[in-house]
Structures are given as structure tokens and as C-alpha cells.
Design a protein around this ligand. Structure first.
Ligand code: SF4
Length: 358
């Protein structure tokens, strides 16, 4: 998979585009005016693997909270601003690392001048975020609806406003709730500009639906080498979003973080409560950053063999579990209640050995 060559920009100390890895980001759903809740969620998102977090800035009270939120954030923050250029100026003044703002929507050349000047002085990039649901009436009439071509033309109008002011620290998103429209829009845009692309499927839906739509859409784009940073949007606790993003990147071999947990689908041979065990193993390993493969399999007949690539695994038998490494059984554990604690001990031992051997 060859990634498209893009211009490199920086959001604080996080590089996007160029040779940087595809970055994972998300957005808080707290009230930004509530500093404590927002800082707490930024930290949770960072722990879950977000490298950049975006905050909505709906009014001046929210803008005034940014300085202290930024000072307590472990990752760069982006201010998401609609229409009011004064909020953008206040956000930059507060040390925010980037803006998401559409320069064509902020009400005139002077205001664009002011925002671009301030962003240049701070070294803050601007994301142009075109959304299929909020295209201008003119573009909707010209193209007969929110087509990929309409979205690209909208993005190019915003790009022109920035380039006219010698501003090139730009990234662009073109989001639609339709996977196919989104994919086509990014494909068309990639032929026109070399700015890094922020990819995502907007309003993708609740946890399962949203994860599936995002995986399909972002998977197609990433497979074509498109996308420099991504956000999985879910109607759910945002802290779930980075996990889905990392699984997408891992499944395409683009990036890895934490353990990969493989588990069998269960069948008539399953002799333990595997569904429960697999989710408890997943919970117990949350927060572990080391990259390794764990298997949780339903039976000893096929489990160790089917998961022989796993670094460590467990397979259920009648009233016992077999713990194996690279397909070789190393231990038997009796009693259902002992499976998880004993398996976790073996995992810790495996990780310790690996750390010792460098
Ligand atoms: Fe069935 Fe065993 Fe395969 Fe799981 S590992 S699906 S229990 S055969």
C-alpha cells in the first residue's frame, strides 16, 4: 500500500502528512465551558490512543476556558469554530494548536485576513471541514445535491481564500454520512491538492453501525493511500472512537498499538463461556500499549492450532483451560473461575520475559 505524498503540517508537536504515520484523533462531547469535565475527557481520549483532540468552541465563555484546558492537556488541541472569527482569534490566543474553521463562512475578507494572520503567527494549521449536509445553496443548485463534485468545489473555494493569503498549513476533510459519496469526494480532491487529508464518515451512527461504516469507508480510502489523519465518529462515548480507529489502522498494517485479541466465533464444540471470557480478557488488557497477539479460543481440539500465530492464548476444555504459546500448550488451568486470573498471570509473565530479552 503506497501512501499518497502529501505536504507535512504540524498540530503542536504532532506531524500530519508527509512521512508521518496516519494520526488518530477524536472530539470531546463535554461542554467546553466545563473545564474539569473537558480536561478529564481529553485525558481519557489520550489514554485510549488519541494523538489530537478537538473541542467545540460555541461561544466566548467556551473560548475563555481554552487556555487552562490547553495547559492541562497531554495532547495538542484543535478549536472547532463555526462562523465567528473572534472565537478563532481567542482560541489561538489561548494557545490552541490548530483550528477547524471554514474561511468562506466567517463573513468577509477582513475577518479571513485576521484569522489567517493570527494562525500564521502562531504556526497553527487550519482544517477546512466540508460537510455534505452544509453546502451552500449555490453549489447544491449547481450540482443538484451534495455530490462529491460539489463537496470538492466547496473545499477548493475555501482553499483559494487561504492560498490567496499565502497560507498553506492546511488540511482538508470532506465528510458525508454516505460511504460512497465520501470515498469519491476524497478521490477527486486528492487529484487536485497535496494537502493532508483528514478522513472520516460523519454521522456514521451508533457503536456497531458507526464502526462498520467507518471501517468500510476509511478502509477503502486508506487502502488507496489516502488519509493522513482520521476520526471515527460514533453516536457513543467518544472514548470508544480511538479504539476503532486503531483497529482499522492495525487491520491494514498501517499502525499498531496494544494487544491484538483474536477470538473464535464459538460453535457446538465450545465448552466454556467464551464470549464472557473474551470480553473480560479485552477489559483486563485495556491500557496495555505493548504490541502482541492474544488468542481466546473455545476448544482445545482446534483452538491452539487455529491460533498458532498468537504469542499467547487460552483454549477451553471441559472444566479446564489450556494456556498455550505459539500453538504449544504450556499449562492446564482447572475451574472456570480460575481461567481469567491464571491467564492474566501468564500474560504478565510473557510480557516480562519479552521485556527482559529486549
Ligand atoms: Fe469451534 Fe473450537 Fe473453532 Fe472455537 S476454536 S470455533 S470452539 S472449533
Amino acid at each position: 500500500m503506497e501512501r499518497r505524498k502529501t505536504r507535512s503540517i504540524s498540530v503542536g508537536n504532532v506531524g500530519i502528512g508527509g512521512d508521518n504515520p496516519v494520526r488518530v484523533q477524536s472530539m470531546c462531547n463535554t461542554d467546553t465551558r466545563d473545564k474539569h469535565a473537558t480536561v478529564a475527557q481529553v485525558r481519557q481520549l489520550a489514554e485510549a490512543g488519541c494523538e489530537i483532540v478537538r473541542l467545540a468552541v460555541p461561544d466566548m465563555k467556551a473560548a475563555k476556558a481554552l487556555e487552562s484546558i490547553r495547559s492541562l492537556s497531554p495532547v495538542p488541541l484543535i478549536a472547532d469554530i463555526h462562523f465567528d472569527y473572534r472565537l478563532a482569534l481567542a482560541a489561538l490566543d489561548s494557545g490552541m494548536d490548530g483550528l477547524r474553521i471554514n474561511p468562506g463562512n466567517i463573513g468577509g475578507e477582513n475577518k479571513v485576513d485576521a484569522v489567517v494572520r493570527a494562525a500564521s503567527e502562531c504556526g497553527a494549521p487550519i482544517r477546512i471541514g466540508v460537510n455534505g449536509g452544509s453546502l451552500s445553496k449555490t453549489l447544491l443548485a449547481k450540482y443538484g445535491g451534495p455530490t462529491p463534485e460539489a463537496m470538492v468545489e466547496s473545499a477548493m473555494e475555501h482553499v483559494a481564500l487561504l492560498e490567496a493569503r499565502d497560507f498553506f498549513q492546511t488540511k482538508i476533510s470532506l465528510k458525508s454520512s454516505s460511504v460512497l459519496t465520501t470515498v469519491r469526494a476524497y478521490e477527486l480532491l486528492a487529484q487536485k491538492v497535496d494537502y493532508p487529508l483528514h478522513i472520516g464518515i460523519t454521522e456514521a451512527g451508533t457503536l456497531v453501525r458507526g464502526a462498520v461504516k467507518s471501517s468500510v469507508g476509511l478502509g477503502i480510502l486508506l487502502w488507496q493511500g489516502l488519509g493522513d489523519t482520521l476520526r471515527v465518529s460514533l453516536t457513543h462515548d467518544p472514548v470508544a472512537e480511538p479504539g476503532v480507529a486503531w483497529e482499522i489502522l492495525r487491520s491494514l498494517g498501517l499502525r499498531q498499538r496494544g494487544p491484538e485479541i483474536v477470538s473464535c466465533p464459538t460453535c457446538g464444540r465450545t465448552e466454556i463461556n467464551l464470549i464472557d471470557l473474551a470480553s473480560r480478557v479485552e477489559d483486563a488488557l485495556r491500557g496495555v500499549d505493548e504490541v502482541f497477539t492474544v488468542a481466546v479460543m473455545g476448544c482445545v481440539v482446534n483452538g491452539p492450532g487455529e491460533a498458532r500465530e498468537a504469542d499467547i492464548g487460552i483454549a477451553g476444555g471441559r472444566g479446564l483451560g489450556m494456556i498455550f504459546r505459539k500453538g504449544e500448550v504450556i499449562r492446564k488451568v482447572k475451574g472456570d473461575e480460575n481461567l481469567l486470573p491464571e491467564f492474566m498471570k501468564e500474560i504478565q509473565e510473557f510480557l516480562q520475559e519479552r521485556r527482559n530479552t529486549g
